[in-house]
Design a protein around this ligand. Structure first.
Ligand code: ADE
Length: 230
């Protein structure tokens, strides 16, 4: 069983519409749609925006649906200077940029308990997502995605994420899902299409390009799941 989590309607509706023998359940206010997508058993959910919603949804997928892998898909703000709207970042690792116990001498993003800053994505999932995106002819990079409960558009936020994490893209869920998967020993991957470049233009670019970017991520997930062996 593969779990697929998006935060917003635009990030999951195109996937849910393609599920065969769909079964819907509502748990903790989140709707879970399970069934078959391109021949694979999946459970898909629109978690809502932010780290807590993403974490609750990932944990439910693991406990209630026995998800053996969780993929987080959707849109993000590009931080890497080579990225334009519509480009793809596949994470090889994720971090929670708003986790801060630096007053105790920890590095930015350090997660006490897991005792690390970065959660490593599953290499097999990452390679399948990268290859599938490239097959569509989209500029794709593999790199670091950081998550926090903040929309990133101000210069000082942007510079902090690049300076402290060398981050390629910013969003609000991926690292929370990585955190839950690490706690449960479950594989995970994150793919994001750029809706904006996490700068002064983002407040206009995000609503303008969200749908286009989200449908690109949906298209890649649809093709990629058929190549996964879960
Ligand atoms: N998702 C899409 N764009 C984003 C941004 N600029 N900051 C955080 N999450 C995002």
């Amino acid at each position: 069983m593969i779990g697929i989590i998006g935060a917003m309607e635009s990030e999951v509706n195109g996937l849910k519409a393609s599920v065969e023998n769909a079964e819907i359940r509502k748990i903790a206010s989140v709707e879970f749609c399970s069934g078959t997508l391109n021949g694979k058993e999946v459970v898909i959910a629109e978690a809502g925006v932010g780290k807590v919603n993403a974490a609750v949804t990932a944990q439910i997928m693991i406990l209630e649906y026995g998800a053996e892998a969780v993929i987080n898909a959707g849109v993000a703000g590009g931080l890497n200077a080579t990225l334009k709207v519509g480009d793809i970042v596949v994470a090889d690792k994720v971090a929670e940029h708003d986790m801060d116990t630096t007053p105790f001498g920890d590095p930015p993003g350090f997660i006490t308990g897991l005792e690390r800053v970065y959660m490593e994505c599953d290499e097999g999932i990452t390679q399948i997502l990268k290859k599938t995106a490239e097959e569509l002819g989209v500029h794709t990079i593999v790199g670091t995605i950081v998550s926090g409960d903040q929309f990133i558009c101000r210069k000082e936020q942007r510079e902090k994420l690049i300076g402290e994490f060398n981050a390629d893209a910013a969003e609000m869920e991926g690292a929370a899902i990585g955190h839950v998967c690490a706690m449960n020993g479950v594989r995970f991957g994150v793919i994001r299409a750029m809706s904006d470049c996490a700068n002064d233009d983002s407040i206009v670019d995000f609503p303008t390009f969200e749908l286009k970017a989200a449908s690109r991520s949906v298209e890649i997930i649809k093709r990629a799941v058929s190549k996964m062996d879960h």
